[in-house]
Design a binder for this molecule. Structure first.
Ligand code: 6PG
Length: 246
């Protein structure tokens, strides 16, 4: 089962973040009402930071954190307190500021001997959570069309069964460190996916992906289609010419 792309333009990152936080709260409440829990995969990079801050402040009491599970769509293979760590960004902007039980936060282990060991451990961590259902995956898009740490041409794109795999350090984008990434079976098995996209460097690739041509072979972000909803939230600077803002 897949879902059509629901494209939503915003005038700037602040408007996008406010709308994204509202939507996350709505999905969290629906999930808890329907199934008694909410499982959210966080995105890395910089764009989601403001959304996370809004969840931790404006919406802190609107989400039942005691029934929320947090996982990560990808992680850089760096220590958890490194400036480049996606976990660190999420902890600072969100997780340390809300009453979420420690055992419900499932970070990628980056203190393992190798990135392969980290990926294998994370695959094991994700398995029961996926069995119970991932409600929402947050994602970004890189200027090369990558999403999570699925880069164009990567063998990780062929993965059919594992939920998380190791990838070599990318050459086209920073930071150039090995990664653990969730795979297309994980992303496309989720109920909803929501892309948060901001910045003029994304405009060319977003233009191609939204052009209607078959770009799914070239751009990993275009391969994501979750079971119920696939939402693309895009700020004005990343929006191709000819598309209006809100
Ligand atoms: C990572 C990511 C990556 C990111 C995009 C967009 O760990 O690097 O998860 O897929 O979401 O590169 O990043 P920005 O939001 O910083 O542009």
């Amino acid at each position: 089962m897949t879902s059509a792309r629901d494209v939503r333009p915003f005038r700037d990152l602040e408007a996008l973040s406010a709308a994204a936080a509202d939507e996350i709260v709505a999905i969290a409440r629906e999930s808890v009402a329907a199934r008694g829990r909410f499982t959210l995969a966080l995105a890395g990079g910089n764009t989601p930071r403001r959304t996370y801050e809004l969840l931790a402040t404006r919406h802190r009491d609107a989400i039942d954190w005691s029934r929320t599970n947090i996982v990560f769509g990808d992680e850089r293979f760096v220590p958890a307190d490194d400036q480049r760590s996606n976990y660190r960004m999420a902890r600072e902007a969100l997780l340390s500021r809300v009453p979420i039980p420690h055992e419900r936060v499932h970070a990628v282990p980056t203190d393992t001997a190798t990135v392969d060991a980290a990926a294998a451990a994370y695959d094991t961590t994700l398995t029961p959570l996926v069995r119970d259902g991932i409600d929402l995956v947050l994602l970004g898009v890189g200027p090369d069309g990558h999403t999570a740490s699925l880069f164009p041409g990567s063998p990780a794109l062929e993965e059919q069964t594992r939920l998380a795999v190791a990838v070599a350090a990318p050459t086209a984008v920073q930071p150039a460190v090995p990664r653990v990434t969730t795979t297309l079976p994980f992303l496309n098995g989720a109920r909803c996916a929501m892309f948060l996209i901001a910045g003029a460097d994304k405009r060319p690739v977003i233009g191609e992906i939204l052009s209607g041509e078959d770009t799914a072979r070239r751009y990993p972000a275009a391969m994501v289609s979750s079971r119920e909803r696939t939402i693309w939230m895009i700020d004005q600077s990343a929006m191709p010419a000819g598309r209006s803002d809100t």
